[in-house]
Design a protein around this ligand. Structure first.
Ligand code: ZN
Length: 137
């Protein structure tokens, strides 16, 4: 595995607008993008912290992954995303090591990144995402 840095930390929130106010007014961060990712049934808001982002996630569907997460566990940290190179190769290597994957192939996430999730059963309880920015190397 070749991880370059923590790309972002995904945080599930009930109300994106209320959460944005906290991140801006209390933490002093600036929301630089709001984007709906239809595939994952979420609306996302991004903040830059050094070279790492905070990704706030509000569900657009109670049955979506974030809706179910909040119902079960409440608001809080949802996943951690690592920036990698050659995401396809990384997924292959993980499969060879019999790590359980949610995505066997990368798909498109927010900000045009190629992303894939690892199953928390194989990662000591943490939902992990790999992402690669192919457009901006
Ligand atoms: Zn993410």
């Amino acid at each position: 595995m070749e991880i370059t840095h923590i790309e972002h930390i995904g945080i599930a929130v009930q109300n994106l607008n209320e959460a944005i106010k906290f991140y801006e007014n209390v933490l002093g961060l600036k929301c630089y993008a709001i984007e709906e990712v239809k595939d994952q049934r979420v609306k996302t808001a991004f903040f830059m912290v050094g070279q790492t982002k905070i990704e706030l996630l509000e569900t657009t569907d109670p049955e979506g992954p974030i809706g179910k997460f909040i119902e079960k566990k409440g608001e809080g940290i949802h996943h951690i995303a690592f920036a990698v190179k050659n995401i396809e190769n990384q997924l292959q290597t993980l499969q060879q090591k019999e790590i359980k994957l949610i995505d066997n192939q990368p798909r498109k996430g927010a900000e045009g990144l190629d992303i894939a999730f690892l199953h928390p059963k194989s990662t000591f309880g943490v939902l992990m995402e790999l992402c690669e920015n192919k457009e901006n190397k």
